[in-house]
Design a protein around this ligand. Structure first.
Ligand code: ADP
Ligand code: MN
Ligand code: MN
Ligand code: MN
Length: 357
């Protein structure tokens, strides 16, 4: 064991210029993260310095066997907390050999919104609160829960401490530091209302960078839980009944919202979001109807409602934002399994580009 660990931790920087680049992409389910590694001749500082690569799309549900090649375009790079040194993680998106984005490439669609000069000029910031559940391997039952039974009801677990209230803190903390090391703008972590459920926050990050960072943070979490022998679930309602579901609250602001008089701009954006409630719900994650029941700190999926400091609303404005007359708002509807490329682009599109008729 000692030798294996030593070899895994070998510092390459004293021996060679070469680095290892772990190319990451999203597979055909829209939630499965895939990755593979290749050697690069020397350290890089920009994804444009990296070559495109390819993978077998027939093995990820993204191409037919006879014509299986899918091309990876490097889009964002991060330091690799697992291999360290000059090694990197590379967030990619997927194209056909002819250069067309494949149908599941939601990053490409998001980039079209975020590259729009009218959107760039607004200085969009996102804060993404990723909730997730840790499950015991093989039994699909949350970490810390008795097999074949339930823990005492919710109440003591949210931000709780102690062996009977916080389950998996070593994983959460390892992930937190690994993300900071990687250069991800992770802004915090907390234990959630349902035991075995946790949250981390990304942001505020500008434009498409927020979604890139959330995807790489999810990837890092998959790797940390893999090492820990624990299963990671992004299901929005992992346990039926009076147990809180998992969301990905999306906090949003533009420069005019953050400036003097911003509260009026916020209210106009929320009004537009309300007019497109159905479209947004459709894009906010699968099985979200199991979570948005109007109970457990959610608004009913068929109702659009906003309020100050209201955790039962679709959209919540913070007390600080109301008091200062500027700031940001929180869209509480997105599910934990949402695609941040889809959700952030749609919020920007509706609030900035869309003109109600
Ligand atoms: P909650 O009180 O809903 O649990 P959190 O503290 O978990 O809120 O998350 C709030 C998120 O909002 C953080 O990621 C934070 O970085 C982000 N945020 C803060 N200010 C802004 C802003 N002006 N625009 C967008 N996001 C912001
Ligand atoms: Mn939160
Ligand atoms: Mn939360
Ligand atoms: Mn929140």
């Amino acid at each position: 064991m000692a030798l294996l660990t030593e070899l895994q931790n070998l510092d390459l920087t004293g021996t060679t210029e070469k680095i290892i680049a772990e190319y990451i992409w999203i597979g055909g389910s829209g939630l499965d993260m895939r990755s593979k590694a290749r050697t690069i001749a020397k350290p890089v500082t920009d994804p444009k310095q990296l070559p495109n690569w390819n993978y077998d799309g027939s093995s990820t549900g993204q191409a037919r066997g006879e014509d299986s090649e899918v091309i990876l375009y490097p889009q964002a790079i991060f330091k690799d907390p697992f291999r360290r040194g000059n090694n990197i993680l590379v967030m990619c998106d997927s194209y056909t050999p002819a250069g067309e984005p494949i149908p599941t490439n939601n990053r490409h669609k998001a980039a079209q919104v975020f590259n729009n000069p009218a959107v760039i000029a607004e200085g969009t910031w996102f804060g993404l609160e990723q909730e997730y559940t840790l499950l015991q391997k093989d039994v699909n039952w949350p970490l810390g829960w008795p097999l074949g039974g339930y823990p005492p009801p919710q109440g003591p677990y949210y931000c709780g401490t102690g062996v009977d209230k916080a389950f998996g803190r070593d994983i959460v903390d390892a992930h937190y530091k690994a993300c900071i090391y990687a250069g991800i703008n992770i802004s915090g972590i907390n234990g959630e209302v349902m035991p075995g459920q946790w949250e981390f926050q990304i942001g505020p990050s500008e434009g498409i960078a927020a979604a890139d960072q959330l995807w790489v943070a999810r990837y890092v979490l998959e790797r940390v839980t893999e090492a820990a022998g624990v299963v990671l679930s992004f299901h929005p309602k992992p346990i039926k009944g009076e147990w809180n579901g998992a969301g990905c609250h999306t906090n949003f602001s533009t420069k005019p919202m953050r400036d003097e008089g911003g509260y009026e701009v916020i209210k106009k954006a929320i009004e537009k979001l309300g007019l497109r409630h159905k479209e947004h719900i459709q894009a906010y994650g699968e099985d979200n109807e199991q979570r948005l029941t109007g109970r457990c700190e959610t608004a009913d999926i068929n109702t659009f409602r906003w309020g100050v400091a209201d955790r039962g609303a679709s959209i919540r404005v913070g007390r600080d934002t109301e008091k200062e007359g500027k700031g940001y708002f929180e869209d509480r509807r997105p599910a934990s399994n949402m695609d941040p490329y889809v959700v952030t682009a749609m919020i920007a599109e509706t609030s900035i580009l869309w003109k109600p008729t």
